[in-house]
Write a protein that binds this ligand. Structure first.
Ligand code: NI
Length: 174
């Protein structure tokens, strides 16, 4: 495994629509492992392939209790969960939307408030090309929406209702 370089704005790959993954070969497995390592090293709670300069529909998400945001209800002893989602598609959204604070590893030093669906259903493929479906809510739903936006060339700064500069490196990075 190896760390990949995280590209930042205004790198054009961040604005491109990513291509669906069609080959589940060794090269893909290496990319996935590298993305997981890069996300953990950053540290971040999610990473999309375009952020490592690969314009393919692949995201990794890892959430843990410590990264929980105030006001988001999660079960107290929720273990850290790692998701690899390929060619993800949001198939269902809650009626309820919530505003929360986001940052992005590709947009250093900026945070903003973004409105997201409170819960979503996502379908896609796992790292071996097998179909998988997920129902996620709260902070996890936010991370998935943020990462899936990356695959469409959309950045949280496009959607934010308010943006500001920050220096605190301990905040959530997606
Ligand atoms: Ni991001």
């Amino acid at each position: 495994m190896a760390l990949r370089h995280i590209v930042t704005v205004p790198e054009p790959v961040l604005r491109r629509k990513a291509k669906p993954v069609t080959k589940f070969d060794k090269k893909l497995q290496t990319l996935i492992d590298d993305m997981i390592e890069t996300m953990r090293d950053a540290p971040g709670v999610g990473l999309a392939a375009p952020q490592v300069n690969i314009s393919e529909q692949l995201i990794v998400v890892e959430y843990s209790k410590e990264e929980e945001e105030d006001g988001i209800e999660e079960k107290p002893e929720k273990p850290k969960k790692l998701y690899v989602m390929i060619n993800p598609e949001i198939t269902k959204t809650s009626e309820e939307k919530v505003i929360g604070v986001e940052g992005c590893l590709s947009i250093p030093g900026i945070q903003g408030e973004v409105e997201r669906f409170e819960a979503i259903q996502v379908k896609g493929l796992n790292r071996f090309g097998k179909p998988q479906k997920l129902k996620v809510g709260g902070w996890m739903a936010r991370i998935f929406q943020h990462e899936i936006d990356h695959l469409n060339g959309v950045l949280f700064t496009d959607l934010a209702v308010r943006l500001w500069k920050f220096q605190n490196e301990e905040e959530h990075e997606l």
